[in-house]
Design a protein around this ligand. Sequence first.
Ligand SMILES: CC(C)(COP(=O)(O)OP(=O)(O)OC[C@H]1O[C@@H](n2cnc3c(N)ncnc32)[C@H](O)[C@@H]1OP(=O)(O)O)[C@@H](O)C(=O)NCCC(=O)NCCS
Length: 197
Amino acid sequence: MKYHFRTNRLSVRLYKKSDFQIWKNSYLQLSDPKNRWDQKLRNAGEFTKQNFNKIIKAQDENIAQDSFIDFIAFDKKEENIIGTVSIMDISRGVFQNAYLGYRIFNPYWRKGYGKELIDKTIDFSFKKLKLHRLEAGIHPQNKRSIALAKSLGLRKEGYSKRRLYLDGQWQDMVLYAITSEERSINHNTGKLRRNRR
Ligand SMILES: CC(C)(COP(=O)(O)OP(=O)(O)OC[C@H]1O[C@@H](n2cnc3c(N)ncnc32)[C@H](O)[C@@H]1OP(=O)(O)O)[C@@H](O)C(=O)NCCC(=O)NCCS
């Protein structure tokens, strides 16, 4: 399968070895985090070829296991990273579910990139990965992310107490979800994919 799709302004794909400089430059050019969910600044020393190769190795293993996909959203010319989106903890069999995690780098906020990226990621997940359900666990105070989820048609499904251990504590999350039927995609349930791992 091709793990590459495009939106109006983005080229969304996996990392290749030749992306080392773009990876390094894009993270080093980030400005200070604008809120607690924003990308934290990292030390320049972390951006080594060795570390980048580890990222690619993990990425390829996760793809081979059909367990986790970390997509990188580049601008059209693939000169800068605009953001990332992950399709996490893919569960096959009777569930056909994954969790969405997303981030737009803060110089590009409020320009519609989040919506553009997640909209096409949902389509890719349902049409290419044949998933049936996508869930996003969002911190109740993360208003921007909640606005984004709602604007894409994700529904609030519930309140999950002490769901994720982040920043040294168990944090509550509001669960938002969408199923393929809500995008008018009906899968052949006689051919549900099985877990590879
Ligand atoms: C949440 C995040 C991905 C939004 O990305 P973005 O590119 O700024 O979002 P968009 O410009 O596509 O906006 C999407 C929708 O959310 C709304 N929105 C975005 N930022 C908003 C804000 N500060 N206040 C109110 N609404 C906001 C927009 O109005 C838009 O809705 P509309 O199309 O119906 O008008 C980005 O702020 C981010 O990466 N934050 C840090 C990481 C994070 O919180 N990730 C999510 C973890 S669950």
